[in-house]
Design a binder for this molecule. Structure first.
Ligand SMILES: Nc1ncnc2c1ncn2[C@@H]1O[C@H](COP(=O)(O)OP(=O)(O)OP(=O)(O)O)[C@@H](O)[C@H]1O
Length: 901
């Protein structure tokens, strides 16, 4: 009896792996307050919300493999009791599907064995323990669905297995290889990813459709995975879905998506019933009964054919055999009514693990499953023997007519049945072709959608590149602007320097005529250089809140180099500035010294001149006096010589203009001597003693005094001259010293000028570098602009392409949708036709059965009315008698055929 049950859904969280453990900030995202409930924390935009989930069972990370199996053992037992069963794992990649299904790679690690090895052991244990002596057939297969191709993992030659379906056996994978060439896959990574995601999203679609009461079409046929799982989802299978999750916060979105998938799947209802199949022993027994029955019939017919048999008079032989056979046949239980038959066999047991929640990263599907052989149960709703009814009266002619009619009807029926079968096969082929076509159209659509997505992504990428380029261009333009300004400043500065140098023409004259303004203009210029070189953008100290190291770290090599040069320049300028100030100071002190010296020198010169004049006048006075003395001496001498009174002598005053004392007459020495003396004196010879001897005592005293006085004067004069000469030489020394200092200053100034020249050259060079940089930047800007243009062009092309692709896609979608719609309609009408045909077919089969029954009744009548004699003479009737046996066999086949259909 069929019962309805929901899919069992369980959730398992694996432990944190070593990498996740390293992130101590994040423990397990889920809490497990109850055995059937878990709460996922840290959800919502602010990570402060929780989502509760309820499943048939939840397993926290510490759950052992044994605990898991304990919960799934009942599913295996159900399979052993004749139900179809599926255990399916679903979850994000690396969430533990393989671990749950198979366990670790190490086969020796028995403790961690997964469901499949444990289930195998359990099944064999159960078989070993079974006391009934029932026959068990265990078959096992492992297949992989890879890019919509089913591969036999146990026989790699079987690379493209087909999915088959029959009403009695449900869906199974055809265990033969075919069309290997079709599987040749090359460079299909993208295609592979698409297909894997597609089949998973199609699984999601089926689950959505199954849980949506308004949907009557479940798109199982859209992918191989859903097709295989068709019976497991909403069909005749006890299904357990194990959703596996990572406990780490980094996989939160995927885990929630997986759990939501599980929650939805939990709503799916399956209708399950026990499958039964007769064992070989039972079938043999049945066959023997049938053989017995046939033998009885044959014997009966033989007897009826024999001359001993008189219809209506002769007793029927071997009825006991018939009765025994009939009784035995009736003992054979009907499969449909014996749910607890010993021969229960699960047609369909599947263990599957599929990867990834939609939208999550995916891996391949690893499917491991087992399905029983393609057997159908031969089930009778009624035993053939039970159709034999008691004999009735019978008219042989009418019987013959009836037999003919029956034959005709049967032939007609057979024709109709064949026709129906042909039509049904045609429809089936058409249906499958249409379905395949639809799948093709859908995958084409998916492809087109992917192209659009790709194009969108390309467009986004192009936009991003464009934005980046624009930002770069803006940055470069700004830099060029800044550099341009700096260049202008440099140019201005260079002009200033040139002007300054030209104006100054730094020569000795300059130093002689230099004034405070000029030196200050030099320092002003230096300051202006410093302020120009270190504008705001390149201020090394920068605003307080800026991390200089970070700023420098962000600067390009070129900028750092430029800053270094500027820093060096600034240092140099500072040194020059200081030096200039020093020199200016020195120059000023030298200048003042020089002025002082000049003043002193001119004073000394003046004094010297005065002294010279004085000396000259003194000498003149002395000469005059000597002259006077000589002349007086001569006069006196003449007087003396002529005897004139001494009273007539001329008196004269000494240099001091003292009143002239009367000159005493010369003593008696010869006049020549006196004259000689006078002349000697005049000639500078001190010969006063001679004079004393030659002149009179008064005059000689007077003269003596005067001479002494003049001697004194002369000595004084000499002293002054020496002093003056000393002073003059000192002054000369000072002058030389000053000149030396002047020379040093000039040299320093020359050095300064040289520095300025170098500085000017440096500035010129830097200006050139800046100009080159600017040119480079301009070139770069131009190339960037060109690139931008190209990007824009490309973007436009992509946009145009996108528009045309979108248009094409829309057209194609429209066409495909129309085709799909048309096909759906066709399918629907074919389905309707199909159901009508099925109905017709079933009606015909029923009619056939009725006819068969009528025929059997007729035969039974024939037998009971003992028409054997007529039959014996009538060949046709004899033939009919043989057909009774044949018909019986066909009756069985027809029954089976209807069930199969
Ligand atoms: N419950 C668990 N206890 C201990 N280790 C586990 C558990 N679940 C998973 N692991 C480990 O986590 C890793 C990933 O698990 P597994 O390979 O089973 O993931 P998967 O879902 O099959 O991944 P994929 O979809 O990529 O094939 C493996 O190293 C596995 O041993």
């Amino acid at each position: 009896m069929a019962t309805s049950c929901n899919i069992k859904v369980m959730a398992r969280f694996r432990p944190l792996n070593s990498k996740e453990k390293a992130d101590t900030s994040s423990p397990c995202i889920a809490q497990f307050p109850e055995e059937t409930q878990l709460v996922v924390n840290g959800t919502g935009p602010h990570r402060d919300q929780s989502i509760p989930f309820t499943f048939d069972r939840v397993f926290p990370p510490e759950t052992t493999q044994e605990d898991i199996f304990q919960q799934l053992q009942s599913t295996i037992d159900d399979i052993l009791n004749g139900y179809n069963g599926t255990i399916l794992c679903y979850g994000q990649t690396s969430s533990g599907k393989t671990f749950t299904m198979f366990g670790p790679d190490d086969r020796e690690d028995v403790e961690n064995q997964g469901i499949v090895p444990r289930a195998s052991v359990h099944i064999f244990n159960r078989i070993a323990e079974d006391p009934s002596g029932s026959e068990f057939t265990i078959k096992c297969s492992f297949v992989e669905i890879y890019m919509e191709i089913i591969k036999d993992l146990l026989n790699p030659k079987n690379k493209n297995l087909k999915i088959r379906e029959s009403k009695t056996n449900g869906i199974w994978i055809e265990a033969g290889s075919e069309k290997i060439s079709k599987t040749g896959a090359e460079g299909q990574t993208l295609e592979e990813a698409k297909k894997i995601n597609q089949s998973l999203s199609l699984l999601g679609n089926c689950i959505m459709a199954l849980t949506d009461s308004k949907r009557d079409h479940i798109p199982f046929r859209d992918s191989k995975l859903t097709r295989i799982l068709q019976e497991s989802l909403g069909g005749n299978t006890k299904t357990t879905l194990m959703v596996t999750c990572s406990p780490h916060i980094s996989n939160l979105e995927e885990s929630i998506s997986t759990l939501k998938f599980g929650a939805r799947a939990k709503m799916i209802k399956n209708t399950v019933k026990i499958n039964s199949q007769k064992s070989a022993a039972e079938l043999t027994k049945e066959l023997e009964t049938l053989k017995m029955y046939t033998n009885s019939l044959e014997k009966l017919i033989e007897y009826m054919k024999s001359p001993d048999y008189v219809p209506g008079k002769s007793a029927l032989p071997d009825l006991a055999i018939l009765t025994a056979a009939q009784q035995q046949q009736q003992q054979v239980p009907s499969a449909s009514t014996t749910a607890a038959a010993k021969t229960k066999t699960a047609r369909h047991s599947t263990a599957l693990s599929g990867s990834a929640a939609p939208g999550a990263p995916t891996g391949n599907h690893a499917a491991a499953g087992g399905s029983s052989p393609n057997r159908h149960s031969v089930a009778y709703s009624q035993s053939p023997m039970s159709a034999i009814s008691p004999p009735i009266d019978f008219n042989p002619m009418a019987m013959a007519d009836m037999s003919g009619q029956i034959d005709r009807i049967r032939e007609e029926c057979q024709e109709m049945i064949d026709k129906c079968n042909d039509e049904i096969s045609e429809i089936k082929i058409k249906y499958e072709t249409t379905t395949e076509e639809l799948i093709g159209v859908r995958s084409e659509l998916e492809g087109a959608r992917d192209t659009i997505k790709q194009n969108d992504a390309d467009q986004k990428g192009a936009k991003e590149t464009e934005r980046k380029l624009l930002t770069e261009v803006e940055g470069r333009e700004l830099k060029i602007h800044t550099l341009g300004q700096q260049l202008e400043d440099y140019k201005m500065l260079a002009t200033q320097v040139v002007q300054y140098l030209e104006r100054k023409k730094v020569t000795d004259e300059y130093f002689e005529g230099a004034d405070a303004n000029d030196s200050s203009s030099l320092s002003t210029m230096s300051r202006s250089i410093s302020s120009t070189s270190f504008d705001e953008d390149y201020d090394l100290n920068g605003p307080e809140n800026i991390n200089i190291e970070e700023v420098i770290g962000n600067l390009s090599e070129e900028e750092v180099l430029s800053m270094q040069i500027k820093l060096q320049l600034q240092t140099k300028v500072n040194i020059l500035e200081q030096r200039e100030l020093q020199l200016s100071e020195e120059l000023r002190s030298i200048e003042s010294l020089l002025t002082e010296s000049n003043i002193k020198y001119s004073e000394i010169e003046r004094e010297k001149k005065e002294l010279a004049i004085r000396l000259q006048s003194l000498m003149e006075t002395q000469r005059d006096r000597q002259q006077q003395l000589i002349s007086t001496s001569q006069i006196n001498l003449g007087k003396l010589l002529s005897g004139e009174d001494q009273t007539t002598t001329t008196s004269f005053s000494p240099i001091t203009s003292s009143p002239l004392s009367p000159i005493s007459p010369l003593k008696h020495n010869s006049t020549e001597n006196i004259l000689d003396l006078s002349l000697d004196y005049q000639n500078g010879h001190n010969n006063s003693s001679l004079l004393d001897q030659s002149i009179s005592s008064d005059v000689s005293i007077h003269l003596q005094l005067q001479l002494e006085q003049s001697e004194l004067d002369k000595r004084n004069l000499d002293l002054s001259v020496v002093q003056l000469q000393q002073e003059s030489s000192e002054l000369k020394e000072k002058e030389l010293k000053l000149l030396h200092e002047l020379k040093l200053s000039k040299n320093a100034n020359d050095k300064l000028l040289q520095d300025f020249q170098l500085y000017k050259e440096d500035i010129g060079m830097k200006t050139k570098i800046q100009q080159n940089q600017m040119t480079n930047l301009h070139n770069e800007l131009t190339s960037l602009k060109n690139k931008l243009k190209q990007e824009k062009k490309m973007k436009d092309q992509i946009q145009n392409q996108n528009i045309s692709v979108s248009k094409k896609l829309n057209d194609s979608i429209k066409i495909h949708e129309e085709t799909e719609e048309r096909m759906k309609k066709e399918l629907l009408s074919k389905d309707n036709e199909n159901s009508l045909l099925k109905e017709q077919y079933n009606n015909m089969v029923d009619q056939c059965e009725d006819l068969q029954e009528q025929l059997t009744t007729a035969h039974r009548l024939l037998v009971s009315r003992k028409v054997v004699k007529i039959v014996r003479s009538d060949e046709k009737a004899q033939k009919r008698a043989y057909e009774v046996k044949e018909d019986f066999g066909q009756h069985t086949l027809k029954k089976t055929g209807r069930q199969l259909f």
